[in-house]
Design a protein around this ligand. Structure first.
Ligand code: UDP
Ligand code: MG
Length: 308
């Protein structure tokens, strides 16, 4: 019998998990020709998530869990889940039911019958989300797709069903700064996208503030393209050309009209502009340097405290 592992990253989800469990069990019942494993990854929750999961695992032996020594973030939780899942097919679902478990039978069928290696899901709407957030999200996808060779699909969720082979490829990537949307796309394979309308979370609150999302977006850019680094060279060349023209103009002017002390305001402006550009470029280099620094430390991506 083939087995599907469902990996569920959870951070402070004590209210959502019971709903989630109920929904997933319905789907599992429908897919009776398969065996299942429900792997909850408790990402250092501060509420009773772990107790809720432990109780489930005592009643139901499909339920397994991993718990971290502290909060390491969803990326780390997903990786721990993928590394410890034992199924032939593996899927990642949010605990808040924003990734409808009901799509699973269709996803499985697409892999099984139509020969896809992975089936991803994307939201077609962003209803229920703040307007500014949607606006920046759209812009982000435009920008990163221009800069990066790896394609990032707008609205793509982390909810996807993958074959064992795809998962093995993903966990073979050992980088510390993990941006999964990019990694899923980086490994390639035949991918089918299915679409659904945005669903609001059943209980609890989102863990993402605007600022956190913004930083996450920057992380995606730094992890998947080095295009910003070339900004320094491009701006440098442009400024060199300008200054060369400027020098000639000044020499000619001085020779023809003599040198009066004037023009210091424009000089101050130029100075400010150029040093601003320099600092910006240094900042960009700093971002990449910081990531390289973290990468070379080779710290573990997560630390498991307990597991079943
Ligand atoms: N999550 C996690 N670690 C974190 C933050 C979130 O494991 O540090 C989990 C969370 O429990 C949920 C999923 O990641 O199952 C998505 O989080 P959330 O619903 O807050 O994000 P949103 O859907 O609002 O983008
Ligand atoms: Mg959510």
């Amino acid at each position: 019998m083939e087995k599907i592992s469902i990996v569920v990253p959870c951070y402070n989800e004590q209210e959502s998990i019971p709903y989630f469990y109920k929904e997933v069990k319905k789907v599992i019942k429908k897919m009776s020709n398969l065996s299942f494993e429900l792997l909850f990854v408790d990402d250092g929750s501060k509420d009773n998530t772990l107790q809720v999961v432990k109780e489930l695992s005592e009643k139901d032996n499909l339920v397994r869990y991993i718990t971290f020594s502290r909060n390491f973030g969803k990326e780390a939780a997903m990786l721990a889940g993928l590394e410890n899942a034992t199924g032939d097919y593996i899927t990642i679902m949010d605990a808040d039911l924003q990734d409808p478990p009901a799509l699973l039978p269709e996803m499985y069928r697409l892999i099984k019958e139509e020969g896809y290696d992975t089936v991803g899901t994307r939201r077609t709407t962003r209803e229920g989300e703040p307007v500014i957030r949607s606006f920046f999200a759209r812009k982000f996808y435009k920008i990163i797709n221009k800069m990066s060779k790896v394609e990032m699909v707008d609205g793509a969720r982390d909810y996807r069903l993958m074959t064992r082979q795809v998962v093995d490829s993903i966990i073979s990537i050992k980088e510390y700064n993990r941006y999964s949307k990019g990694l899923f796309s980086f490994v390639g394979y035949k991918t089918k996208w299915i679409e659904f309308e945005n669903v609001e979370r059943v209980a609890g609150t989102t863990k993402w503030s605007f600022w956190k999302l913004f930083k996450y977006a920057l992380e995606g850019i730094v992890a998947f393209t080095t295009a910003p680094l070339s900004l320094a060279s491009v701006l440098g060349v442009i400024l060199c050309i300008f200054s060369f023209i400027g020098i000639i103009v000044i020499i000619v002017k001085t020779l023809m009209f003599g040198d009066k002390v004037s023009g210091w305001p424009s000089l101050a402006c130029i100075l400010l502009f150029v040093s601003g550009v320099q600092l910006l470029c240094m900042g960009i280099i700093g971002q990449y340097l910081a990531k390289t620094y973290l990468e070379t430390k080779k710290r573990p991506i997560y630390i498991i405290k307990e597991m079943k």
